[in-house]
Design a protein around this ligand. Structure first.
Ligand SMILES: *[C@@H]1O[C@H](CO)[C@@H](O)[C@H](O)[C@H]1NC(C)=O
Ligand SMILES: *[C@@H]1O[C@H](CO)[C@@H](O)[C@H](O)[C@H]1NC(C)=O
Length: 142
């Protein structure tokens, strides 16, 4: 009989940073709120963008930590697959993204070292409405 020794190897470093999106006519309003530990910080005031705009969902680690080598996920729980952006091993994994976000989301790669994990969404669409969750995952065994 094969014995499998399982060990929890994935821990969540930080709590979620949520972004709520509200529609009004052609305007998308984004309200950010961060809960939990102080490491992930988003703005309290809403960000408003017109459809077609490029927007930034600001988020940073406080105190500053180098995020370049971390695994970072921006996701929308209402989508399947839920990923809006997955950053792993220094690469933006385009193939993991929900098709809605192909080639439309990015991080500021030069700023990751200073803990800036803001998400950029290009050419905002009506369908971008939803809740955006930021998760920072440390895999201790890989
Ligand atoms: C995304 O960009 C790549 C490279 O420019 C391209 O090959 C691919 O077709 C694009 N995907 C979409 C969905 O536009
Ligand atoms: C993160 O980078 C973006 C793009 O350069 C910038 O707009 C934003 O102010 C930066 N945030 C912080 C906390 O430095």
């Amino acid at each position: 009989m094969l014995r499998v020794r399982a060990r929890r190897s994935v821990i969540t470093l930080f709590d979620q940073c949520s972004v709520l999106v509200f529609h009004t006519a052609a305007v998308v309003a984004l309200i950010h709120s961060c809960t939990g530990q102080s490491e992930v910080v988003g703005p309290l005031q809403p960000v408003v963008a017109l459809i077609g705009d490029d927007i930034i969902l600001p988020c940073h680690l406080d105190p500053v930590m180098d995020a370049f080598d971390m695994t970072l996920e921006w996701a929308r729980p209402d989508l399947d697959p839920r990923f809006v952006l997955v950053w792993r091993d220094g690469v933006d994994l385009e193939s993991k993204k929900h098709p809605l976000y192909n080639n439309r989301t990015s991080l500021f790669t030069n700023e990751l070292q200073s803990g800036n994990i803001s998400l950029k969404i290009s050419k905002v669409k009506q369908s971008d409405g939803g809740t955006y969750i930021y998760t920072n995952v440390l895999c201790s065994c890989c």
